[in-house]
Design a protein. Structure first.
Length: 373
């Protein structure tokens, strides 16, 4: 395929909202790179609306089941034939296997995908998932690992070529999370009232490996001892949804809130007394954007070590570190935060946080996609 000017076909799936992907598209536009987008999903998602609002060329494709995905393969094949890209860039599991396969059939020079998940398929012994991961690894010319944890899994578990892999951290709009001083509802004094609400927050898909049920059990104990506690969980239902709801059904429903999503995460974090994110293992989180968001916001946080937190030196200086699957330790640390007046630990150094800016992330992606090596 002889095309002098570099052109990008971006294929996204399994995403409703992604400032990260939008930032990469903006950087490509800033560099005047012709970019065509295929979004596998629904028109009413926030990312679809954002792409349309920026005027990018986009083709919507309905997400289909495993066997019906053959039709999506054909549609992506037609788009690739029509636009003759020099780079296919895929994000999301459906987009990756279909996009990278089509790109290899069409002999597109650069076939790049983002590996967002870590050991999920290995943890649950999902043979088809593992096979598809290995196929994508083999057919791609470049792989983006969102953390060193993911790179280790690619190399050590799936025998992917280390030469193909670049680690590019996910990014956030740091300034929207760093808004000192934090204005918390429980710190406001209205008249002579001394009542406070101890607000505990969780942002996580309700799946077994994220450990949300251990936070729920810890909350049952803490609210029984201290008045004015409230748990707010934000996350899409998954295989642990029933367990979490069953645990919380022991108490009055006014004491907790379950939301599938929340648009304004910075404000949500800024108005918490404590934040909890406790995956069940060191590799159960591929990256863990909520770690960065919580640390940037300064909210007192309780964490287990997973994903990107494996790469932070002395994380216990900046957060309360607990053992895996330990509702007892979560409870005792919530109690400690409550008794010490919701004071956060040391502020995370800006020099560490700055590497997770959207600007740095998008520049690294654009450099990689347009490198041509």
């Amino acid at each position: 395929m002889r095309v002098e000017k570099r052109t990008v076909l971006a294929i996204f799936s399994d995403v409703n909202f992604s400032p990260q992907l939008v930032a990469v598209l903006k950087e490509l536009r800033n560099r005047q790179i012709s970019t065509r987008i295929i979004l596998i999903g629904n028109h009413d998602t926030l990312i679809a609306k954002q792409i349309q609002s920026f005027g990018w060329e986009m083709r919507m494709i309905k997400k289909r089941g495993k066997f019906a995905s053959v039709f999506n393969f054909i549609l992506i094949f037609k788009e690739t034939v029509m636009h003759q890209p020099t780079v296919v860039f895929a994000s999301g599991q459906f987009a990756t296997i279909l996009g990278i396969l089509v790109a290899r059939v069409m002999n597109v020079p650069e076939r790049v995908f983002v590996r967002h998940h870590s050991n999920y398929h290995h943890l649950y012994k999902m043979r088809v998932g593992i096979l598809l991961d290995k196929i994508a690894n083999r057919l791609a010319t470049k792989i983006v690992a969102v953390s060193s944890t993911v790179k280790n899994i690619l190399v050590n578990f799936e025998k992917a070529s280390a030469k193909k892999i670049s680690v590019i951290y996910n990014g956030i709009e740091l300034e929207t999370f760093q808004k000192p001083p934090r204005t918390l509802d429980h710190q406001k004094k209205q008249g002579n009232t001394k009542e406070k609400t101890f607000r505990i927050g969780v942002i996580s898909r309700l799946t077994d490996c994220k450990g949300v049920e251990y936070t729920a059990r810890a909350f049952i104990r803490i609210q029984s001892e201290f008045a004015g506690c409230h748990l707010h969980v934000v996350g899409a239902p998954a295989d642990a949804d029933y367990d979490v709801r069953t645990i919380l059904s022991e108490i009055n429903s006014d004491l907790y809130t379950l939301d599938t999503e929340k648009a304004d995460i910075p404000s949500f974090l800024q108005n918490l007394s404590a934040f909890v994110h406790v995956p069940n293992g060191s590799e159960d989180e591929a990256f863990g954007l909520v770690y960065i968001e919580a640390l940037a916001s300064g909210v007192p946080s309780i964490f287990t070590i997973s994903g990107i937190l494996n790469e932070l030196e002395n994380p216990n200086k900046y957060s309360h570190i607990v053992g895996y699957r330990s509702s007892e330790e979560i409870y005792s640390n919530l109690k400690s935060i409550l008794k010490t007046g919701y004071k956060p630990k040391d502020a995370i150094p800006n020099i560490w946080l700055d590497q997770f800016s959207l600007e740095q992330m998008s520049i690294k992606y654009a450099d990689l996609l347009l490198d041509g090596r």
